[in-house]
Every structure is written in structure tokens, then in C-alpha cells.
Design a protein around this ligand. Structure first.
Ligand code: 5AD
Ligand code: SF4
Length: 459
């Protein structure tokens, strides 16, 4: 899944116990991976590990990896070269590769990167303490078995982000969809939902700890199901358990998104109307080859339903350009759909063939790289124009903004997000506000990426 693919370093060392052994976790990929690193940190902390932000001080380095595109994996090979040189200076250092790339490449990592001592796939984190002991006793350790049940419901994550405002909770793991381009079903396994009680408990715990915003995560949240509790029911339970907390979620699937979810959001004042609804392509022929299970028309009707139930909704999407056999006419359908859907933001990717997927086995990756690049560029241009137009509609309105951190450009300003999820710079707010405050801002300007506003009345 994924919204922004980002790289997150480090821990909040000052909050953690001093321990004899120090771990350093480097995370790549989607929000799910970020949430997984927090589970891993929780598991390591229980075995007495402390944490460091510097791999140079660590006794254990874990790289939580992503396999979604080839580029994501290339970055990891590059980092492994750095860790090889680090290990020359610190021979006792244990290096582990965990996450999706560990699951996909397994032994190849051990063969081609001798620096790697430990490999653990996304369903193997519970075994990390044993795997580490195995490495300490002199053998390499590999655990990559996918599970049908593992949800880590009983594992308390250690919150890694220095900001105590926003947190992620995984509500399910894996994916059953088998989109033909996607490696996720192979690296994360079959879909399973975490028991709803444990999710609600964690939400209450976070609310009591002062968190203001919680994002519920799953590859396909609309197929959440636990003993008759569907996603809409879960949303209602979570919203009612923590009425002061803004609740977000991702990712929705167009073929599964039900009106009952939209209705539930409309009925609860703390469920935010932000819907990430990946479309991937605008041509029905391409959608069919992708095995997405809907047509462009169906997708647009889903967007219409969102706007009907939630007039203030922010709708974002993922688009892949240059999928196998995508003609210029197919691609133009994507641009047309973008216009019709009036997306607030778009995450765009060039198709990257993943070995073992249906597309890799059955279709030729036949769009030349320069054509993929050119199409990507056209998607970016169109997305920016749409985002700018959508953001400009907010000028003159008043929006509640949850403040996250001082702006890097000007520390007098604060950056945060509106209730519906639009990034907003609040001018001058650093003089009186703190991260986690919700202010009422008058929106006076907009770019394609942000709204700009002033506090009209501190809340
Ligand atoms: N190539 C390019 N993009 C991909 N995505 C998933 N698999 C691939 C691939 N093989 C994109 C999809 C998905 C997002 C998380 O990553 O758009 O929604
Ligand atoms: Fe991949 Fe499709 Fe599952 Fe998303 S829904 S994780 S794109 S298989």
C-alpha cells in the first residue's frame, strides 16, 4: 500500500531505557512498514535492547525493506554496501534484512550480501529474539514463513516518531487481491484482520497518551472483517472510543468500498473525510490486464458517491504509467479519468516488473523507459494543475488545522493538516502554538502542495 514512500530514521533515544545492546532500525517503503518497525522495536525492547539513531553506535542494524518497485530494492543493495564497510570497523555488529525484500529474496541476500546475518519476513518478527541468539551463536538465521494468522495483536509497538501527535495502527495484514503487477500478496501473504477489540484498546491507549490523530492501516481496509465486524463497524467503534482523536485510514479499494463506510464517516465528527482510492489506470483494457476488478466508469461512480456523502472529502489516488501493452490511447484515458475525478492529489509511478507476478509471467514489459518517463511527466503536470485548482477552492474558508511541526522554510510558521487532510502552512503560529494543537485557520493562499493560512481564533 502506500501513500508517500519515505525513509524514516531512528528512534527517540531519550525516551528509551539505557541498555547494554543498541539497535538501529532503518525503514523504507509504505506506512505499513513504518508501523511494522514500531512492532519490531517493541519486540526488541522486551528483550532488553536500547536504541540509537546512529548505525555507527549500534550492535544490531535492521533494515526494514520494500519490494514494490525495482528502485526500492536497488536502494537497499546500496545501503548494504555501506553496512559492509561499517562491519569492518565493528566486527560484532549484527546486520538483519527484514520486511518485503527479505521475504522475496531470502537466500539470495545471504549469498550475494555476505554481510547479512539475519533475514526475517513480515510474519517472522515474533521470532527475532531467537534469530538474534542464533546469529550470536555463530550461524546465519533465516525466517521467512508467511502465516495465515499472524496479526501481532498482542505486541505493544514502541512508538518511534519523535512527534507524539500522530500514530499508525495496522488493522490487517496481507492482501488477497492479486493485482497482476503487484508483489505484495507474495511478500505479505494472505489477508487477515486483527481482532477489533485489540484495535479499540490500542486506540484508547493512544488517546490517553495524548495522540491527536490515528491512521488505521491495511492493504485493503474495505475487506476488514472480524467475527462479523466489518470496516464500517470498526470505524464507528474506534470513533466512539476516542471522540477527541481524528481518525484516518488507508488504503481503500474501488471494487470493495461500500457506501456504509462513507455513511459512517459522515455520521461521526472525528472520522476524517480523506479517501486514498488508487485507480492505477483509466483504460478498461489496462484495468482488466491489471486484474483490478472494476472499470473506469465504476471508479468514477465511487468517486461520485464519496462526494455525495462527504462534500468536503479529499480524494487521492495512485497511478501506474507504462503498464504492459498501454497504448497512447489507453494512457489518454488515464488523463481523462484524472480530470473527471478531480483528484486532490496523485501518487504516480512508472510500471516496474516484479518477478513472479502474473504480469511478469504473462505480459511483456513492452513500454520503452523513455515513453514511461514521458507519460509520468504528463501525469505529474496534470496532477499539479488539478491539485492547485482544488486547493484554490479553499481560499477564503476557515479550516481546523492539526499542527504537526514548525516549518522548515520558516520556523515562525507551523505545518499541519486540515481535518480532511490538506497540508497547510499556518503563518506565525510558532509564537503561540505547539505540535498537537488544533487551530482555526483562515486560508488566504494555496499552491498545488499546500494551503496557506493565518490563525483566526486559537482553539
Ligand atoms: N510498478 C509500479 N508501481 C507499482 N505499484 C505497485 N506495484 C507496482 C509496480 N510493479 C504502485 C501501485 C500501488 C502503489 C502502492 O504502488 O500504484 O497502489
Ligand atoms: Fe497490491 Fe492490489 Fe493488494 Fe494493493 S490491492 S497490495 S495493489 S495486490
Amino acid at each position: 500500500m502506500a501513500l508517500a514512500h519515505e525513509r524514516v530514521f531512528g528512534q527517540r533515544a531519550d525516551l528509551l531505557p539505557v541498555a547494554a545492546y543498541k539497535a538501529y532500525i532503518e525503514t523504507y517503503g509504505c506506512q505499513m512498514n513504518f508501523a511494522d518497525s514500531e512492532l519490531v522495536a517493541g519486540i526488541l525492547q522486551n528483550t532488553g535492547y536500547g536504541f540509537t539513531q546512529q548505525p555507527e553506535d549500534a550492535d544490531l542494524v535492521l533494515i526494514n525493506t520494500c519490494a514494490i518497485r525495482e528502485h526500492a530494492e536497488e536502494k537497499i543493495w546500496q545501503r548494504l554496501r555501506y553496512f559492509t564497510s561499517l562491519k569492518r570497523q565493528r566486527p560484532h555488529l549484527i546486520i538483519g534484512v527484514i520486511g518485503c525484500m527479505a521475504e522475496r529474496l531470502k537466500k539470495r541476500l545471504l549469498d550475494e550480501a555476505p554481510v547479512v546475518d539475519l533475514i526475517a519476513g513480515p510474519d517472522s518478527y515474533r521470532y527475532l529474539p531467537q534469530l538474534i541468539r542464533q546469529v550470536e551463536s555463530g550461524t546465519k538465521a533465516v525466517h521467512v514463513l508467511l502465516s495465515r494468522e499472524e496479526t501481532y495483536a498482542d505486541v505493544a509497538p514502541l512508538r518511534l516518531s519523535p512527534n507524539r501527535v500522530s500514530a499508525y495502527i495496522s488493522i490487517m495484514r496481507g492482501c488477497n487481491n492479486m493485482c497482476s503487477f503487484c508483489i505484495v500478496p507474495f511478500t505479505r501473504g494472505r489477508e487477515r484482520s486483527r481482532p477489533w477489540e485489540s484495535i479499540v484498546e490500542e486506540v484508547i491507549h493512544l488517546a490517553e497518551a495524548g495522540y491527536r490523530e490515528i491512521t488505521l492501516l491495511g492493504q485493503n481496509v474495505d475487506s476488514y472483517e472480524d467475527r462479523g465486524v466489518r470496516f464500517a463497524h470498526l470505524l464507528a467503534k474506534v470513533a466512539e472510543a476516542a471522540p477527541q482523536v481524528w481518525i484516518r485510514f488507508a488504503t481503500s479499494h474501488p471494487k470493495d468500498m461500500q457506501d456504509e463506510v462513507l455513511e459512517t464517516i459522515a455520521q461521526h465528527p472525528n472520522l476524517t473525510p480523506y479517501i486514498h482510492l488508487p485507480v492505477q489506470a483509466g483504460s478498461d483494457a489496462v484495468l482488466q490486464r491489471m486484474n483490478r476488478g472494476y472499470t473506469a466508469e465504476w471508479y468514477l461512480q465511487r468517486v461520485e458517491a464519496i462526494r455525495r456523502y462527504l462534500p468536503d472529502a479529499v480524494v487521492s489516488t495512485d497511478i501506474i504509467v507504462g503498464f504492459c501493452g498501454e497504448t497512447e490511447a489507453d494512457f489518454e484515458e488515464t488523463l481523462k479519468l484524472m480530470e473527471a475525478a478531480q483528484f486532490d492529489s496523485v501518487y504516480q509511478f512508472m510500471y516496474s516488473e516484479r518477478p513472479g507476478t502474473f504480469a511478469a509471467r504473462r505480459y511483456a514489459d513492452d513500454i520503452p523507459p523513455e515513453v514511461k518517463k514521458e507519460r509520468l511527466e504528463r501525469v505529474i503536470q496534470s496532477a499539479q494543475a488539478l491539485s492547485l485548482a482544488r486547493n484554490r477552492l479553499q481560499i477564503g474558508t476557515r479550516q481546523r488545522v492539526l499542527l504537526e511541526k514548525p516549518s522548515r522554510r520558516d520556523p515562525k510558521d507551523f505545518v499541519g493538516r486540515t481535518f480532511s487532510g490538506r497540508t497547510t502552512v499556518v503563518r506565525g503560529a510558532a509564537a503561540f502554538a505547539n505540535p498537537g494543537d488544533i487551530v482555526l485557520a483562515e486560508i488566504t493562499d494555496a499552491t498545488s502542495a499546500t494551503l496557506i493560512g493565518y490563525v483566526s481564533c486559537p482553539n
